[in-house]
Design a protein. Structure first.
Length: 73
């Protein structure tokens, strides 16, 4: 499996449906991590490639110290 961020580095101007066809995938799991002071928010979303429909999305909020501890486990 290839991360979309890795793919996006190579295909910055390509649309998600084009990237999906090139990788022969039906779904993409996209995520982002944002930091605001001592808080961190992880956002994940599942996207169906053929019509770019968002099937699922969830935000997870953590204190930075808790997130870093969880990441090392």
């Amino acid at each position: 499996m290839i991360a979309r961020t890795s793919v996006m580095g190579q295909h910055k101007d390509d649309r998600l449906d084009q990237i999906g066809r090139e990788l022969s995938v039906q779904y993409v799991l996209e995520n982002s991590l944002r930091e605001n002071g001592d808080h961190m928010r992880l956002t994940a979303q599942l996207i169906q490639v053929k019509d770019q429909t968002h099937l699922w999305a969830q935000d997870y909020d953590y204190l930075a110290k808790d997130f870093l501890m969880w990441k090392t486990m």
